[in-house]
Design a protein around this ligand. Structure first.
Ligand code: NAY
Length: 294
């Protein structure tokens, strides 16, 4: 399990200028993260816009990522889709591609019982030999993982952890309690990374790591060495950046634009996520400098 601890970039989507998945751009983005100290990539999650892509597109993205960084970075694939059938198809594909683990949110739109969500996840778990990480993000899915379901699922060897994107660090700690010794909690809110680690997270999976992987790697190291004052100042520095990012029409658009300033083109986020507009370019260029100097 220690093999999965660490920092995972929740990778953004990479489209061409017409909004289609761009293999070469996906590969270039994945390559950018290799050698930055991060443990791995989380592909097709919220930041990756998996929920806005067809199953075929999601497979294309993963294939490009694996071609580029297989064996070099640990790859966790978000396979959650609305139908169980599609989620299982994506799970099997992830295994065929040699991914290291799968992960999923509950199905959205229908108000599902806990038993229905459990059954949805169980089909994915049973469809491969891969480890499974629950993705709990109640603010977007409307489904909050209960401690009971967490405890029950964690009893299976394949269920190795939960990505906790809810904002309560108390709940984060309680998921760790419920899951027990051999259960990993990954911190979701990047702005609370340090707090999440203090409360029991074994690492983090985050979108904004994608534009400042070195800072999150350094922050995790500082925490590991229990250099808490330095860690706190770095988290605060990071939070000043995240606060600015959250002021744009879309967070992902802002981050993708910053990548493009660095010569890594990923296109705009897919609608309904709003694109960045030319009037934002200047302040984003300044923010890029702030990150590079941090
Ligand atoms: C993912 O699957 O993309 C994630 O890891 C989600 C984590 C992000 N949460 C959302 C809702 O996008 O990185 C965070 C988030 O963007 C950051 O904390 C800024 O609020």
């Amino acid at each position: 399990l220690a093999a999965f601890e660490g920092i995972y970039v929740a990778m953004y989507s990479a489209y061409d200028d017409d909004g289609n998945i761009d293999r070469d751009r996906v590969k270039k983005l994945a390559r950018y993260y290799a050698g930055k100290g991060v443990k791995g990539l989380y592909v097709g999650g919220s930041s990756g816009e998996g929920m806005l892509q067809s199953a075929e597109e999601r497979k294309l993205v993963l294939e490009a990522v694996m071609e580029e960084v297989k064996g070099e970075l640990t790859v966790i694939v978000h396979v959650g889709a609305n139908s169980t059938r599609e989620s299982v198809e994506l799970s099997k594909h992830a295994e065929q591609q040699g991914a290291d683990a799968i992960s999923a949110v509950p199905s959205i739109y229908y108000r599902l019982s806990e038993a229905a969500v459990e059954n949805h996840w169980q089909h994915m778990i049973d469809s491969t030999r891969l480890p499974f990480i629950i993705y709990n993000i109640p603010q977007t899915t409307g489904f909050g993982l209960s401690y009971d379901l967490c405890r029950k699922m964690a009893k299976q060897d394949k269920v190795i952890g939960v990505k906790m994107s809810g904002e309560s660090t108390f709940e984060l700690q309680q998921f760790k309690e419920a899951g027990g010794e051999d259960f990993l909690v990954f911190n979701g809110p990047d702005e609370q990374f340090l707090a999440g680690r203090m409360m029991g997270a074994a690492g983090g999976i985050g979108g904004t790591y994608g534009i400042m992987p070195e800072l999150f790697f350094a922050l995790n190291e500082l925490y590991s060495q229990r250099k808490l004052d330095e860690a706190q100042s770095l988290q605060f520095k990071i939070n000043a950046i995240i606060k600015k990012l959250l002021g744009y029409p879309s967070l992902y658009g802002a981050c993708k634009h910053i990548l493009s300033i660095r010569g890594i083109e990923t296109g705009q986020p897919r609608l309904p996520l709003l694109p960045v507009r030319p009037e934002h370019y200047e302040s984003l260029a300044a923010l890029n400098v702030e990150i590079e100097e941090a």
